[in-house]
Design a protein around this ligand. Structure first.
Ligand SMILES: *Cc1c(COP(=O)(O)O)cnc(C)c1O
Length: 373
């Protein structure tokens, strides 16, 4: 065991083969369209340094991040890849994008104009994605801006459009009418713009019919094992496992309470195990008295509130020999997927993954990891 693992309160294990297999499954599903990889928020909490080499080895050539800073970090890991920046072209940062060969997703006309002007100053064309809004009302050209750009296409001169794109609001729900309306709006918008490749689908969109695939798809969550089709069985492989260390075990045999806010212990005697993971590690506070862990294959419910660094679980029904200081509890893993933990917490798997803490010992498994070692 490495010193990092010996000293850790929790170990996060990232399965690089599962990430690669998920990418290949999506690629096969959308061929001949290209499959990009969305790695914003540090590859959805898994860590760019783990996910990116696995994705490159699996064949990714286009990545998307949210912030330009994420793109600069990614550039060091992927010197040749195309890197799209979803949050757009930040004012005054044009030269930084060009220096690190970041491709802005132009979300409004002012960004189009600044990028075209920067191309003019540099004396050579610059690549971009162009985002038209089709119903999110979050980022992307609105109807008025689209009409102006359609009337004045010369505003795009000096810009090489890698793709016209939009983003789906409800693709996680099968047959949602908004998806069909967004597809129609996207087709209409494309018809008004100079010819360019197109990109619409996120992870869930990939599973809602080939009409959504166009030339480039942009999956994020499915790469990391979140179910893109929540109403049916998960086609993706789990990519993370989180184990938390048991620090102490106690038996309570007279009326008492546990943790902050003094949750009353209803069933006596009660055995309580304290685990070295808390909300500061991304184990959401909403899981207090609601979540559960698995120890030696048996479920143990969370009892009491989640503290910053600690959580307490009821191990009364577990064999005594499996619960002792130094033993490990599965917090996320084969029995407790991020989607299942999210359900207990009243949120979505994306939030469970992107909240994964900074204090874990992180290690990679899989052939991809061995190849690198
Ligand atoms: C985050 C994001 C994606 C990836 O979405 P998933 O649901 O994680 O697949 C794709 N496109 C845009 C614009 C995004 O913001």
């Amino acid at each position: 065991m490495t010193a990092e693992a010996r000293l850790a309160g929790a170990i996060l294990t990232i399965d690089l083969d599962a990430i690669a297999a998920n990418y290949r499954l999506l690629t096969a599903k959308v061929a001949p369209a290209e499959c990009a990889a969305v790695v914003k928020a540090d590859a959805y909490g898994l860590g760019l340094a783990f996910a990116v080499p696995a994705l490159l080895a699996a064949g990714v050539t286009t990545f998307f991040v949210a912030h330009p800073g994420e793109g600069i970090t990614l550039r060091a890991l992927a010197p040749e890849a195309a890197i799209g920046v979803l949050n757009g072209l930040l004012p005054g940062a044009e030269a930084d994008y060009a220096e690190y060969r970041l491709i802005p997703v132009l979300n409004q006309l002012s960004e189009v104009d600044r990028w075209a002007a920067h191309a003019g100053e540099r004396g050579g064309p610059l690549p971009a994605f162009l985002h038209v809004d089709t119903g999110m009302n979050r980022l992307g050209l609105d109807a008025g801006e689209l009409a102006r750009l359609a009337a004045e296409p010369e505003r795009l001169s000096g810009i090489v459009l890698r793709a016209v794109m939009s983003h789906l609001a409800c693709a996680d729900q099968t047959g949602h009418p908004i998806t069909a309306a967004q597809l129609a709006a996207f087709r209409a918008a494309r018809a008004r713009l100079p010819a360019a490749p197109a990109s619409l689908a996120n992870s869930s969109g990939i599973f809602r019919g080939a009409a959504l695939h166009f030339d480039l798809v942009r999956p994020g969550c499915a790469l990391y094992g979140i179910n893109p089709t929540p109403e049916t069985a998960n086609p993706m492989r789990q990519t993370v496992r989180l184990d938390g260390r048991i620090l102490q075990v106690r038996t309570v045999d007279s009326p008492a309470t546990v943790g902050y806010g003094a949750t009353r212990i209803d069933r006596l005697p009660c055995r309580i195990a304290t685990i070295a993971i808390g909300y500061a590690d991304g184990y959401l506070r909403s899981l207090g008295n609601r979540g559960c862990v698995v120890i030696a294959g048996r479920e143990a419910p969370v009892i009491g509130r989640i503290s910053m660094d600690l959580m307490t679980v009821d191990v009364t029904d577990l064999p005594e020999e499996s619960v002792h200081p130094g033993a490990w509890a599965e917090i996320i893993g084969p029995h407790l997927t991020p989607d299942a933990v999210a359900h207990a917490a009243g949120t979505i798997g994306y939030e469970i993954l992107t909240a994964l803490g900074r204090r874990y010992a992180r290690r990679a498994v899989g052939d991809t990891a061995r190849d690198r070692a």
